[in-house]
Design a protein around this ligand. Structure first.
Ligand SMILES: [Zn+2]
Length: 311
């Protein structure tokens, strides 16, 4: 059964969702997997999802699929376009995505460092058009391993080149590589993915404190949970909450609520229970870190809405 778009009076301002209580800034569209179950779950949870494609390397679909999903579910899907740095994506790609209604951009797997001057025309165009950029930062999952697993499980695998030729390295996506971009393009808002997880702690914290146009997403904090063996439910696991607190408390993240953004890194082929559980996980962690109501509102929705031009 087709899920009809919800078009209540406050739902579609500037053609995109604003009344969701939560905006998930970091979601991925899986290759040839129907997005409808995810949309249904997101609506039930009061979530609008900023969905990106990020190349075929991790089983993702492309910008056309993101655009189609956003047209089909405009109240729930906020389209974020992928620009393949050094792999054919340029300022004209940014222009095209903007014209098609994409609200933000995603960067991952550049051929050179993110802050290489070859890519500056792309950033200049994004700045000019007011499109924030979500940068993957830190160690990235092995795409070849990922695709092999999809293949073994008989799930859809996007067409791709020989992994040996991918020319990919996590080093080019170190958080520090975003610093030079934030400084050279002060009107461009940049979001570093995966704040505070391994290899992205003190550097990320310093960068978002000093750069007014630099933010980070909280994609690592959905894991203070355990899925129940029955495959039906989930629960918050206090020892996981404590693990996150060990490094979040010394970083005094309650002072950074203006610069941190809710995100899940979910893939639209994932277990729907995880999507629900991740919200509770964030809530438990924010509470334990002493983040107040106003801070939580900014982190969960308001900052993302402002960056994506939805409010
Ligand atoms: Zn991601």
């Amino acid at each position: 059964m087709e899920l009809a778009p919800q078009t209540g009076p406050n739902e579609l301002r500037k053609g995109q969702p604003v009344n969701a209580e939560i905006i998930d800034y970091h979601a991925h569209i899986a290759y040839k997997v129907d997005i409808e179950p995810f949309v249904r779950k997101a609506r039930e949870l009061g979530v609008a999802m900023a969905v990106n494609a990020c190349g075929p390397w991790w089983g993702g679909d492309d910008n056309d699929a993101v655009e189609a999903a956003a047209r089909r579910f405009p109240d729930t899907i906020i389209p974020v376009g992928f620009v393949a740095l050094g792999r054919g994506g340029g300022p004209e790609t940014v222009e095209d995505l903007h014209r098609r209604g994409f609200k933000g951009l995603k960067m991952i797997a550049p051929v050179k460092d993110y802050d290489d001057h070859d890519y500056f025309p792309v950033y200049a165009k994004a700045e000019e058009l007011g499109m924030p950029i979500l940068f993957h930062t830190g160690v990235v999952a092995r795409g070849d391993v990922w695709l092999k697993r999809l293949e073994e499980e008989g799930r859809p695998v996007p067409p791709h080149d020989d992994p040996r030729e991918w020319n990919m390295s996590s080093r080019r996506m170190e958080p520090m590589c975003v610093d030079g971009i934030a400084r050279a393009f002060p009107d461009l808002n940049c979001v570093m993915a995966h704040f505070g997880s391994t290899g992205r702690r003190d550097v990320c914290e310093g960068l978002i404190r000093w750069n007014p146009n630099l933010y980070a997403d909280m994609t690592s904090y959905g894991w203070a949970i355990e899925l129940d063996d029955s495959r039906k439910g989930w629960h918050i696991e206090q020892k996981h909450v404590d693990y996150f607190l060990q490094f979040l408390r010394p970083m005094r993240i309650h002072q950074l609520a203006d610069k941190l953004i809710y995100g899940t890194d979910v893939n639209t082929s994932n277990d729907l229970r995880l999507y629900e559980a991740t919200i509770a996980s964030h809530k438990a962690i924010y509470e334990a870190c002493g983040i107040g109501e106003e801070g939580r509102r900014k982190m969960s929705r308001d900052t993302a809405a402002r960056l994506l031009g939805l409010d």
